[in-house]
Structures are given as structure tokens and as C-alpha cells.
Design a protein around this ligand. Structure first.
Ligand SMILES: Cc1cc2nc3c(=O)[nH]c(=O)nc-3n(C[C@H](O)[C@H](O)[C@H](O)COP(=O)(O)OP(=O)(O)OC[C@H]3O[C@@H](n4cnc5c(N)ncnc54)[C@H](O)[C@@H]3O)c2cc1C
Length: 281
């Protein structure tokens, strides 16, 4: 199906893009176009204006800034997946996002801004405690990953704001991501999956964050599991006990791919796998 007619612009600067978004009518940002174009063709989304940020310079790199890793708005999934400075959880999640074509066009920031409840990279940035750098009419603001994902396909971004960069703290420790894809293995959106970040100090787990995808209405922190591992020796027994709490306190939702019971089971299975891999680094 063809999309409804719309205006298109490709500004050269962030200021121009923000002012276009702040104008009259329903305007949407486009980065890789891998989610917005299908939605427009299905007429589930019909903006009056598409603001393509693809020609704005300075947004296309990954860099090590000392205390954090910066991922610009135009960094593609395959670049995130192949980076030597991006933590393993996010590298893996980016490498398992869609197919080769999607990974060559879609952007990590676009996947975060889209906020699909079954997407891969949102869970990873949540587990890694990332910060979103957002540009709007009043300038830049920071949104923590904990506050960013609000509901299904809904984030804390205002309609006239652009996610310009993701900052991932270099907190040490290990991280990992694992999922069951909708077509089995790691292909396609997650039926369910988990990302974990774990830090150790003096032989015990000093900090831990676990985030789930495909389990609730949005990418969600599994706080009970993370807290249960802190203070333990990180042994297989401690991981098993923490993973058993993966869905504690969360609202697990049934969908076309699984019942509440199945999703709860998968949350535990993938939390255990992600924690085991994160602790192996
Ligand atoms: C065939 C196919 C398979 C896929 N499989 C998977 C999968 O297995 N796992 C997975 O996680 N995803 C999957 N996706 C989605 C894919 O990862 C998209 O690339 C991603 O969701 C959106 O990134 P994008 O850069 O293409 O964003 P776009 O499509 O350009 O935009 C998506 C949404 O985010 C907003 N947006 C984009 N960038 C910004 C920004 N910088 N600031 C503010 N708002 C912004 C847009 O306004 C729009 O609402 C798949 C997509 C396709 C087409």
C-alpha cells in the first residue's frame, strides 16, 4: 500500500530539524526509515511532514569519551554490532536486529526512539544504564534509560525532540544479551529476551542490572533479579536463584507469540543465560 501524501525535508542542521518538528502539523523524524516507512505504508502512521535527519553531519560516529561510550543518532545497527568499544550486551542486540538490510539502514538511536516492546537494543541500553541526549526547542536535555521507555511504542521524547546520542557509562563489569526470536534462534523480534550487566568487587557481585524485552508492555527492568544477585558470589546457584525472580513485580503480557506463563518462563530462562554470560567476562 502507498502512504498518504506527506511533505518531506532533509535539513542540514539539528536546529533546522527541531524547528521543522516544532512547526504546525504532525511531523515525524526519520533516521533509518526501517520502522517508520512500513508504518506509513500500512497507514498506521500518517505524518504531514517527514523530517529526514540523515544528512545532518556529526551524528554518525561511535566514540570512547573516557567515562562513557557515545553512539550518535545516525550510527547503523551493523556499526554498533561491529564496534570494539560498545559493551557486549548492546553489540549482540544490534547484531541480532532484523536482517542484513535492516542492520545496514536502521539506526541504534532509531530503535531506541521507536521503543518497540519486543525490540532488542532497548533492553540492552536499559541494562547498561545508558543516558539519552535529546535536542528540542529549549536545547539539550538528558533522559536516563530508566525513565525513557514509558509504554508500548511510547518514550519520554516529546514530538519536537530528537534523540541525538546515547551515552553508555563505562562502569566496568561484563554484559550480555540473549533472546528467543519469533522465528526461532536469534532472528527477528524477540518472543522474549534479557540483557544483563554485572560488576564484581572482591569476589562478590557489587552491582547488577537486568532488563527484559518481549515480556511486558515496554522494555522493562527486572529489578528483583538484579538485586537478588548483588552480594552473592555469582555462582551458578546464585544465578539460578536470581533468575527465578526475573518476572517478580512485573506485569507480564500475553501476545500472539506466547501466554503469560510461557513469557514468565522465558524471562527466567533468558535472565539466567544473560547473567551467566555476563559473569563469564
Ligand atoms: C524486516 C524488519 C525486521 C526487523 N527486525 C527487528 C528485530 O529483529 N529486532 C528489532 O529490535 N528491530 C527490528 N526491526 C526494526 C529495526 O530495528 C528498525 O531499524 C528500528 O526499529 C528503527 O530504526 P530506524 O533508524 O530505521 O528508525 P526510523 O524507522 O527512521 O524511525 C522509527 C521511529 O523512531 C523515531 N525516530 C527515529 N530516530 C529518531 C531520533 N534520532 N530522534 C527521535 N525520534 C526518532 C521516528 O520518528 C519513528 O517514530 C525490523 C525492521 C524490519 C523492517
Amino acid at each position: 500500500m502507498f502512504p498518504r501524501s506527506f511533505d518531506y525535508m532533509a535539513p542540514a542542521t539539528l536546529d533546522e530539524a527541531v524547528s521543522a518538528l516544532s512547526g504546525t502539523g504532525f511531523a515525524k523524524v526519520m533516521s533509518g526509515g526501517m520502522s517508520i516507512i512500513p508504518l506509513m505504508k500500512l497507514r498506521l502512521l500518517s505524518p504531514d511532514l517527514v523530517v529526514d535527519i540523515g544528512r545532518i553531519s556529526g551524528l554518525d560516529s561511535i566514540s570512547d569519551k573516557g567515562d562513557h561510550v557515545s553512539i550518535g543518532a545516525l550510527v547503523r545497527h551493523h556499526e554498533t554490532a561491529g564496534s570494539g568499544v560498545v559493551p557486549d550486551a548492546l553489540r549482540t542486540a544490534a547484531g541480532w536486529t532484523g536482517d542484513v538490510q535492516v542492520r545496514n539502514r536502521g539506526t541504534t538511536c532509531g530503535a531506541i526512539a521507536h521503543g518497540d516492546l519486543a525490540a532488542d537494543q532497548p533492553a540492552a541500553v536499559l541494562a547498561l544504564g545508558a543516558t539519552m541526549m535529546v535536542m528540542g526547542p529549549k536545547g539539550m536535555r538528558e533522559i536516563s534509560a530508566d525513565d525513557f521507555f514509558v509504554d508500548t511504542l511510547t518514550t519520554a521524547l516529546e514530538p519536537d525532540e530528537i534523540l541525538t546520542e546515547i551515552r553508555i557509562p563505562k562502569s566496568g563489569g561484563g554484559s550480555a544479551y540473549d533472546k528467543l526470536g519469533r522465528r526461532g534462534g536469534h532472528t527477528d523480534y524477540a518472543v522474549a529476551g534479557a540483557a544483563a550487566w554485572v560488576a564484581r568487587s572482591n569476589g562478590s557481585v557489587s552491582d547488577c542490572r537486568v532488563a527484559l524485552t518481549g515480556v511486558g508492555a515496554k522494555p522493562t527492568l527486572a529489578s528483583a533479579a538484579g538485586e537478588a544477585l548483588v552480594g552473592t558470589d555469582g555462582s551458578a546457584k546464585a544465578i539460578e536463584a536470581a533468575a527465578a525472580k526475573a518476572a517478580d513485580g512485573l506485569t507480564v503480557l500475553e501476545d500472539l507469540y506466547g501466554s503469560v506463563e510461557y513469557k514468565t518462563h522465558l524471562a527466567k530462562v533468558f535472565t539466567k543465560r544473560a547473567l551467566t554470560k555476563a559473569l563469564a567476562f
